[in-house]
Design a protein around this ligand. Sequence first.
Ligand SMILES: O=C(O)C(=O)C[C@]1(C(=O)O)C=C[C@@H](O)C=C1
Length: 360
Amino acid sequence: MTKVSEKALWFKQLSGNKPLIIAGPCSAETPDQVLEIAHGIKDQATIYRAGIWKPRTRPGGFEGVGAIGLKWLQQVKTETGMLLATEVATAEHVELALAHEIDVLWIGARTTVNPFAVQEIADALKGTDKIVFIKNPVNPDLSLWIGGFERLQNAGIDKLGFIHRGFSSYEKIKYRNKPEWQIPIDLQIRFPEIPLINDPSHITGNRDLIQQVAQKALDLNFDGLMIETHCTPDLAWSDAAQQVTPNQLQEILSNLVLRDSLNLEDSYVHEMNMFRTKIDEIDTQILKLLRDRMQIADEIGLLKKAKNVAVLQPERWQEVLIKMRREGKENKLGEAFITSLFKAIHDESITRQDHIINRK
Ligand SMILES: O=C(O)C(=O)C[C@]1(C(=O)O)C=C[C@@H](O)C=C1
């Protein structure tokens, strides 16, 4: 039977077995702004986040208030008792954050891509007992994400977590950063005890979409949410479109449906086992059909070899894809799913034919 994975003890103590909520502005802007937001969210969030140093895509944007903002954050702790979190990208940032009693440090997506930078941060953190979250790298590379985690782990930091903020993509999509949910799912399977936080603000880039992404994250067993919050989001100095007000944060959180990770009632287990047996049978059938299809592709490969014809037949491939998308639609199967499924099948088919045609 599936076992419910136990999260690390430090995390259970911090979150109290509820989703951990991290909220606060994208950037600290002024002492008043920092404090006003803190008072607005103190009953909803455990950790107050604010960017002090902001890595921007292009020069000329607001790059953060710098170390002075750390003093404003300390005032937040004095007045509200919330834990403090900020992003660090260099050893100097780490030293300043430690000197100002920041409790939680996170490594941003643009830093995780650079092993030199992550190592520098890990070295600067040696010997501390800070909580450190590592955001996914901007490119969808699970090994790089895990590599950053391991650098921190090797430096002796044991209160570690992951933050999923989505991945850059060249194509225009409805989100600012593509979630690629399969990546954090793979991560959970490999590191079941490490907390995994979702950042719907950076995934969506749009406050109207935060609710649905936050719910999806909880449905996928995420352990917490980081949601950018600002008293006057439209006037924010960075990432205005994705920040919500403290009231909106409250509404989003109260609309969330929390799910149990398992149910052990007999009736549930019984019904579930029946469904899963059916799924197992269907999966076996799918596999057999794929085997048969590949055998035909191999025979076509031999024919192409005998007649010296190219493996890739673009017109035929387009015909297959268009037909499958149409039939997919008739069967209520999403176009993106059918496209990626048949691309994978076609890819395998041409790989096998290429092997056959070049075999001596
Ligand atoms: O129709 C062919 O020529 C095939 O080899 C089959 C197939 C496929 O798998 O559907 C594979 C390669 C071609 O590019 C087009 C289609």
